[in-house]
Design a protein around this ligand. Sequence first.
Ligand code: PMV
Length: 331
Amino acid sequence: MKATAVAHPNLAFVKYWGKRDEALRLPAEGSISMTLSGLSVRTTVEFQEGTGKDDVIRIGGEDARGEERERVVSFLDIARGLAGTDLPARVESLADFPRSAGLASSAAAFAALALAASRAAGLELRDRDLAALARQGSGSATRSIHGGFVEWRRGARADGADCHGVQLTPPEAWPELRLLASVVEKVPKPCSSTEGMRRTAATSPFYSEWLALVKRDLDRARRAIRERDLALLGETAESNALAMHAVCLAAWPPILYWSPGTIDVVRRIQALRADGVPVYLSIDAGPNVFAITDSLHEGRIRGALEELRAVESVHASAPGPGARLVEDHVF
Ligand code: PMV
């Protein structure tokens, strides 16, 4: 009753920002991402008798507390419900990048947890059921179940059974694509993505326009990925990310995820592009900036980003694999 899984974060070219069902984490619209080879989370789950009745949850070598712990326990309850067990679990999760860096660790963490917990509980879920399970931990985790380029379909059903990530193309279809994550200094996070989505939908005057834009961008991103068109993918991703931040800025109270360093990186990427370098950007609900480019230009862009005082580190990724079981157990 023990299993270990590895999963990678993902970066959305067309963002998920808004829910149609809060409890089930069903999105108002679809989204499209790439799974990131360069960063990973490894999670071991063991269900055992005789360990007391509470779950033991360790993240990054420390006991999880408060809301973070509650979120994992609630997720384990869903997995226990599916498997028909009530045994307590021991969970150990380790990322190969600092958690404080804000690099979308929850997507990788819940994808790895969904696979390890379901296997440890004796379930062999089909990919779509695994992706639907991961979605209930963190929406974007449903995309990290798969490798390469992934679409999270909005689905139509109220129970979410048709709402999960599906692979558009495998990592080998576009191995030259590169995403460079620049980690910049933190500002206190104005709000979680859950609260940010709620507030945007309730108060931002541009929310319905945002959802219409996502529909258009999904078509564009699918075509860009199919045709391996970096300019179309990059323009779609950059304008989609900036529109997401604009719709957040227009909410009340306003939501600004950027730090001064974010603006330095945005300007540098846009200046490189003005010089003829094929590079575009995307930003999640935090201050870090992702550069979107190809392997030919990766070195030059890395150099230009590392030169900036605001940039603490740069992490490069090609299209990476989906969540998978591994032998190596950490306890
Ligand atoms: O899955 P969550 O609740 O962490 O939300 C993810 C939101 C964004 O990263 C901003 C967009 C996305 O699609 O990944």
